[in-house]
Design a protein around this ligand. Sequence first.
Ligand SMILES: C[S@@+](CC[C@H](N)C(=O)[O-])C[C@H]1O[C@@H](n2cnc3c(N)ncnc32)[C@H](O)[C@@H]1O
Length: 261
Amino acid sequence: MWLMVVSVPLLPAVLMVSTRFRVKASALCRRAVAWVLRLVRGRVCVRSTHAFVFSECTHGRADSVLETFDLYAKTHPSLCISPQTAEAVGEVMKRVRPSRVLELGTHCGYTSVHLLRLLPPAGRLITVELDPLTAELGEEIILVAGFKHTQFQVLTSSSAEAIPTLRSNLEPDEGSSEGLDLVLMDHDPEQYLQDLLALEKEELLRPSGCSVLLIHRNQRAEEVRGILDQIRARVDCFCIRTELQVLTEVFYQRGDSQRDR
Ligand SMILES: C[S@@+](CC[C@H](N)C(=O)[O-])C[C@H]1O[C@@H](n2cnc3c(N)ncnc32)[C@H](O)[C@@H]1O
């Protein structure tokens, strides 16, 4: 009884605080749900993914590497993009026909192998991974798939640290214009906007046109909308070209070369 008497005067303050922190509370709830799900389904294990793919695939065959990843994902928790997302990425790759691609978030190399498979022989992929062990295992899988270090480079770093150093990794090769033709972000959605703007600031996106693919996993619709609204506000150089549930294609073109948007 005495507890009720004490708590009633506190009610307006509790209500005010709870409204103010509703957004934080809901984010906390989502993290708790993700944590419980992880506990129930098991953790994504980079070592186990790598060991399975390494021992079960046919070395030197990119198709076999991808099939083995898909097989693993049928029975284990996996962070690799889904076949539906891979198909959407493949469609953009076939349309854009990029030669210089940047991937943020290598993980075990599934998307890297998928991208490399669709690049021309002279094409090049730079892929950035924050975690050193993951980067090492991902690189090994890319080599197992049959690709050479002349075709790709794994940078062990956070995206924010890697971006300002990327220019030195993008030596202009014969016949290709400067900058990246395609960027795929599947690292940390909270970094997507910041990294996109950093890539623009560093003039790493090809001025005549660059597609930036933002992969959506468990992001809430309003989080995605928040990012896209800020991108749409930059009408001088960005537009949204494709909007799917699993990915968004942002198209970059610098003002002086905006003709065929
Ligand atoms: C969802 S996984 C990428 C999966 C990959 N696309 C595939 O299909 O195999 C995200 C990866 O990004 C890495 N990562 C997270 N934040 C990062 C950051 N800020 N910079 C670079 N890598 C990051 C994580 O360590 C993880 O390996």
